[in-house]
Write a protein that binds this ligand. Structure first.
Ligand code: FES
Ligand code: MG
Length: 583
């Protein structure tokens, strides 16, 4: 038995199992009980008398993006034990993009609450968060930021690419591309069934720069992940080694008591936003970073994002903005290859989970080698950041467009609105041969904001079938919803305030004219204020309500896109106090 436990009569030192002993009044008895129960699993006093490192296990049969969870947990545990800690894995909610109805966004905050409260409730000195699929990483980091104990993120890593008739394919940019070809009757039923077997070639997260890859890259830039932790694919030995390193780092983090608020600072979020812009990252990344920052009392404004975007070029040549996949980024040196190029634009003095600064880690990573996935700063894929912020009478609170994935021809455009009132209306009419729509029109979809429909990724509206058949590949599309990070097109998203609470979008009618100018950062409905007020008066909007349960909580407290779609009561309090349980 170690010295420290002898001193305290066989009880663990100040950390470990002793943490949070309050439930029975008598601390000695509380610990006695705790140890009695954990010994039911066969632990010795020696095993228990050391820093306890929690591991948030998000494995689930419904989540193939987390399909390597057992191997990762084993490696994390090895890393923790080699560094002298005691690993304790525990389950939390898991969310997969395709298996979460009505939307994965609906459940992100619930997962963050689960994560926060289980970290808070159970004795642990630090926590390893294992996530991967889109909403899981932000949910875990939101929860950890609020719980306030040392935390480190591990991601499951990307899936491998597949091959369809000798063509390289990966989820899910190619899912959309092939489905669009099927809709346009360019490929038949047999071929689309063949493609279906090849798009997801292994466990792991989507292989393009979708939300999962985006969150992995920005989390490394934030400093919440071991250096080099973002890029290794799920099934590689490198991924397993990252897991082992993560476990060991968690023990050091616990000993140094480096809490998330010391790493996720305003400067660190600025680095993360730079990376988001430079990778042509998912638009969802903005919502997630805003929500994470909000947990720490840091405000991410759309105007700041836009200002950063004007001076941060897209350097990462990954789909959907470019041509490569995550496994290529890994071979090209991972996120360091990008950070090295972005160095003049980054805050290098930000702290990371290693206890060293981002600048020190970059220095240690060395000079890199020639590769083609990350371009030099002077030869960007796209001269500005991937995302631009638009404002105007249609979106007084802002809207965004992923300009790097849009059609240059449509970024300065005026057209006639073709309006769909909600998702059902869209599904019923979009393929109607009688739909009055032309290629130059602007498709408008209402009621898919946070309150309207828990913000589904339906902002990527399909091109009406008759136009798709005629060869139309892109149109301007506007909504208060989100879009998958794997999608592309001239698509305006996150229109704020949303239509379901009476934002101006609610009053657009088919036939109105709309103007967008990405250059001037403008989105205008060419209808007078008086006319809009008239329409609002004639058809006032009633926001949806729920009788009970989580949905009631969601509808009552969810914020708009510009506040990260977090629940208002989960954001840091205005007095700066982070612990909601504190009096
Ligand atoms: Fe899980 Fe794409 S569906 S990362
Ligand atoms: Mg996605």
């Amino acid at each position: 038995m170690e010295e420290s436990s002898k001193k305290e009569g066989g009880q663990p030192a100040a950390t470990g199992l002793r943490k949070g002993l309050t439930n029975y009044g008598d601390n000695g008895f509380s610990l006695f009980l705790r140890k009695a129960f954990i010994k039911g699993a066969g632990y010795t006093d020696n095993a228990l008398d050391r820093p306890v490192i929690g591991i948030a296990n998000t494995g689930s049969a419904y989540n193939p993006c987390h399909g390597n969870m057992p191997q990762l947990i084993e490696a994390v545990k090895r890393g923790i034990m080699l560094a002298g800690g005691l690993p304790m894995d525990f389950p939390t909610i898991s969310i997969h993009e395709s298996f979460a109805a009505p939307t994965s966004m609906y459940l992100r905050n619930l997962m963050s609450i689960d994560t926060e409260e289980m970290i808070r409730a159970q004795p642990m000195d630090a926590v390893v968060l294992i996530g991967g699929c889109d909403k899981t990483v932000p949910a875990q980091l939101m929860g950890a930021a609020s719980a306030g104990i040392p935390a480190i993120q591990l991601v499951t890593g990307s899936m491998l690419t597949g091959s369809h008739r000798a063509e390289r394919v990966g989820a899910c940019t190619d899912c959309r591309r092939f489905w669009a070809r099927y809709r346009a009757e360019e490929i038949d039923g047999e071929e689309i069934a063949d493609v279906n077997n090849q798009l997801v070639a292994s466990v792991g997260t989507c292989s393009v720069m979708g939300t999962a890859s985006t969150m992995a890259c920005v989390t490394e830039a934030l400093g919440m992940m071991v250096p080099g932790g973002a890029a290794p694919p799920a099934v590689t030995s490198d991924r397993i080694r990252v897991a082992e390193r993560t476990g060991a780092t968690a023990v050091a983090l616990a000993k140094q008591r480096i809490t998330p608020d010391r790493i996720m600072t305003e400067k660190a979020f600025e680095n993360a936003l730079r990376v988001l812009l430079a990778i042509g990252g998912s638009t969802n990344g903005i919502i997630h970073l805003t929500a994470m920052a909000g947990r720490l009392g840091i405000d991410i404004s759309l105007d700041r994002l836009d200002a950063l975007g004007r001076e941060t070029p897209v350097l990462m040549d990954l789909k959907p903005s470019g041509q490569y996949y995550m496994e290529d980024l890994h071979k090209a040196g991972g996120v360091h290859a990008l950070l090295r190029q972005l160095k003049p634009l980054l805050h290098l003095d930000t702290l990371t989970v290693t206890g060293r600064t981002l600048g020190e880690e970059l220095e240690a990573a060395g000079p890199g080698f020639p590769q083609e996935v990350v371009r030099p700063l002077a030869e960007p894929i796209y001269p500005q950041g991937g995302i631009a912020v638009l404002r105007g009478n249609l979106a007084p609170g802002g809207a965004i467009i992923k300009q790097s994935a849009a059609d240059a021809r449509l970024m300065e455009h005026e057209g006639r609105a073709v309006v769909f009132e909600n998702l059902e209306d869209l599904a019923n009419r979009i393929d109607d041969e009688a739909l009055d729509v032309e290629a130059d029109d602007i498709l408008v979809l209402k009621n898919i904001g946070p309150i309207g429909a828990s913000m589904p990724e339906a902002g990527y509206m399909p091109i009406p079938r008759k136009l798709a058949r005629a060869g139309v590949k892109d149109m301007v599309r506007i909504s208060d919803g989100r879009m998958s990070g794997t999608a592309s097109g001239t698509i305006v998203l996150h229109v704020t305030p949303e239509s379901a609470i009476g934002g101006p979008l609610a009053y657009v009618r088919s036939g109105d004219r709309i103007r967008i100018s990405v250059q001037r950062r403008e989105i205008s409905l060419l209808v007078s204020d008086a006319e809009l007020a008239e329409r609002a008066k004639a058809n006032p909007v009633t926001a949806p309500k729920a009788e009970r349960g989580y949905r009631q909580l969601f509808l009552k407290t969810v914020t708009q896109a510009d506040k990260g779609v977090d629940f208002d009561f989960l954001r840091a309090r205005p007095d700066g106090r982070l612990d909601p349980n504190a009096a």
